[in-house]
Design a protein around this ligand. Sequence first.
Ligand SMILES: *[C@@H]1O[C@H](CO)[C@@H](O)[C@H](O)[C@H]1NC(C)=O
Ligand SMILES: *[C@@H]1O[C@H](CO)[C@@H](O)[C@H](O)[C@H]1NC(C)=O
Ligand SMILES: *[C@@H]1O[C@H](CO)[C@@H](O)[C@H](O)[C@H]1NC(C)=O
Ligand SMILES: *[C@@H]1O[C@H](CO)[C@@H](O)[C@H](O)[C@H]1NC(C)=O
Length: 332
Amino acid sequence: MRLSQGLVVLATLITAAASSPTSTLQKRRTSRTSPPSGCLVVDSTESSTSGWYTTLNDAVAALSGSGSACIFVYSGTYTLTEQVMIDYEGALTLYGYTTDTSTYADNAVIIQWSMTSTEAGSDSASAAIQVLSDNFSMYNINVKNTYGSGTQAIAFTAHGDQHGYYGCGFYGYQDTLYAYAGNQYYKGCYIEGAVDYIFGAAGAWFEQCQLVSNGGGAITANGRESDDDTWYVINNSTISAASGLDLSEDVYLGRPWRDDARVMFQYSSLSDIINPVGWTTLDTTAVPTFEEYENTGAGSNTSERVQETTATGPVTMDELWPDGYAWIDSTY
Ligand SMILES: *[C@@H]1O[C@H](CO)[C@@H](O)[C@H](O)[C@H]1NC(C)=O
Ligand SMILES: *[C@@H]1O[C@H](CO)[C@@H](O)[C@H](O)[C@H]1NC(C)=O
Ligand SMILES: *[C@@H]1O[C@H](CO)[C@@H](O)[C@H](O)[C@H]1NC(C)=O
Ligand SMILES: *[C@@H]1O[C@H](CO)[C@@H](O)[C@H](O)[C@H]1NC(C)=O
């Protein structure tokens, strides 16, 4: 390329950058170590600056109106003294501090809590964070329920439409991620648990996620109750045991929580933790649609599967979301 051509290209790039919305540029940055402009800030050591709070709850409480809002959380382990409930009228984005936005692996923000569903009165209410509003996104934040094994103890309840999760981590044992209702997209996320650790009736797509079992049990417990468009689709993801655990054949792809449970694992890597029968039981009257398509790995042999419907092809996002999905962050 000659210098003059290079300059033209450079000028074009600068013009393009200048005219793109700031939010897009922020999302493309590989690190996010200071607050994106306009965001409220959570920093456990500093609250004397206007718009800065020491807890996520204080920042959420400071939201008002219905405009698009964002909250940036500085690095740290935030052990909650009370749960976070988000029910904001506008679109809200939570950003975590990270030196690499492209992966959960460098997440530096951990929000943790310990409570069982029995103590809380319901599954949803035991979560460290419950999001009850629509148009919610979260980037590079890890959320944990540290209760451990024994009973339901939810880390995160996503109960709303048009939710996007990018490079996030969800940690628990039983019922980690309650993908409750609405349309939800999870990309590049880490989801850990043993029993029913992704459950609920949302129409949810899991793209390039790591589903990590820390004990025997079913990965999904889908709660679809009628013949609607929803699925749990696990696409291009990796299913494995937490490091150091031998869970050979101890894990099932899912079990039906409700009558019309519908789950697809496609283009994913299934390790030997997957039991050859694939799926197990929960709701005894269920007629589930459990499918697999083009998976690889030691756990992907479908010859002994039970309760499985033969897939004729992959599920597409157009099928899951016939009304469109412009709300997902396609730049992530
Ligand atoms: C969510 O976003 C959609 C458009 O993407 C808009 O129509 C709807 O009003 C928004 N809802 C809220 C609660 O902001
Ligand atoms: C699903 O995974 C396949 C295989 O990796 C990939 O080609 C496709 O783009 C993915 N689908 C979506 C919607 O990201
Ligand atoms: C996801 O898709 C990419 C691109 O097609 C591929 O390289 C990768 O191996 C896939 N991951 C899994 C877990 O199949
Ligand atoms: C799948 O499992 C069946 C029965 O265990 C076995 O006969 C077959 O060879 C396996 N297929 C592959 C590709 O490993």
